[in-house]
Design a protein around this ligand. Structure first.
Ligand SMILES: NC(=O)c1ccc[n+]([C@@H]2O[C@H](COP(=O)([O-])OP(=O)(O)OC[C@H]3O[C@@H](n4cnc5c(N)ncnc54)[C@H](OP(=O)(O)O)[C@@H]3O)[C@@H](O)[C@H]2O)c1
Length: 294
């Protein structure tokens, strides 16, 4: 039988928590080129990015790379020479400019941290951004750059992503909770902080759809379920039949002990995405049952 040739795809951050799951799941569909130092590309260097994107036969650029440590980012607040700004803002500008210059569709990864977290219900794509800390601010600036630079673009905002397998380099929230539960080291879990976890196996299918269909606009890509930290930890404990008690805590009290702002609610509705794709999204409790133990 004749083998279907792999489709070329060029991107950044394909070795990270989110990008590597997509690469692994679609290894038989795409031949991915990751623009990183191993191929002589630092995304903060405009000419390196331009040359690499020009050379690629791909018609889509997928941009995962980011400075993702929000606490380290907070220590760089306002510093445009800091790595967070350079990677998230300058890096995104370089990749977006290159995608536009060579007529490629641009897929950009963003975050719920572009919101201030003050809304009681789930954020929709129509809500205004209003970041309260530096990581979110740089990611909001990046979103503006994408919209103002590219003629063909998709932005996906994700929240607390997790994958069923263990990503050793940077364990996701779900696996950090499993470690805490099984080792009895879990901190009290907030009952007044909410989010909507993104199931990375589902999100990878969403990315495949976006590469093929090139939808225009912003999409919230989450499980669509709003949970508190306490509810989420309890769901994981029950899904994996782990013994032990989970103590309740309060973000409001924790905030008195630190000197940085924290979004109270980053839950995002995924209704727009669900209405535009034919993807069968996994119920959150079912995805949690698939989690591999650490
Ligand atoms: N993880 C989350 O909780 C979360 C939540 C919401 C949104 N997001 C967004 O999702 C995207 C992917 O996040 P992630 O968690 O997968 O990130 P990650 O695991 O921290 O990986 C970051 C990636 O960026 C690459 N990178 C960093 N600086 C670079 C540079 N100067 N040049 C080239 N590559 C560079 C890294 O390459 P090396 O490995 O070679 O350093 C790595 O592949 C990001 O845009 C992030 O903002 C993540």
């Amino acid at each position: 039988m004749k083998k279907t040739p792999l489709l070329p795809l060029v991107g950044t951050g394909l070795s990270g928590l989110v990008g590597s799951k997509f690469v692994e799941m679609f290894a038989k569909t795409y031949a991915c080129t990751n623009l990183d130092l191993t191929v002589g590309v630092d995304i903060t260097n405009e000419s390196q990015v331009m040359k690499a994107v020009e050379k690629s036969p791909a018609d889509v650029v997928i941009h995962f790379a980011a400075f993702t440590d929000a606490t380290a980012a907070w220590r760089q607040t306002g510093d445009k020479n800091g790595l967070c700004y350079k990677v998230n803002v300058d890096g995104t500008r370089n990749i977006a400019k290159a995608a536009h210059a060579f007529g490629k569709h641009f897929i950009h990864l963003s975050t719920a941290f572009v919101f201030d977290g003050e809304k009681d219900t789930m954020y929709t794509e129509d809500d205004a951004t209003n970041p309260v800390e530096w990581y979110g601010e740089t990611k909001a600036m990046a979103e503006d750059i994408v919209q103002n630079t590219c003629s063909s673009w998709t932005i996906f905002r994700i929240d607390q992503p997790f994958r069923s397998d263990v990503f050793e380099k940077k364990p996701d929230t779900a696996h950090r909770l499993i470690t805490g539960l099984t080792q009895g080291t879990l901190y009290p879990q907030f009952i007044d902080h909410w989010f909507s976890p993104t199931i990375l196996e589902d999100f990878s299918r969403v990315l495949d759809w976006a590469v093929q269909d090139k939808p225009q606009g912003i999409f919230h890509a989450t499980s669509g379920v709003k949970v508190s930290d306490f509810e989420y930890a309890t769901m994981i404990k029950e899904a994996l039949h782990i013994d032990g008690e989970i103590k309740q805590g309060k973000l409001a009290e924790y905030l008195h002990t630190i000197n940085r702002p924290y979004q109270k609610n980053t839950a995002m509705s995924s209704e727009k995405l669900k209405s535009e794709t034919n993807i069968a999204f996994t119920p959150l409790h079912q995805a949690l049952e698939q989690l591999k133990m650490v």
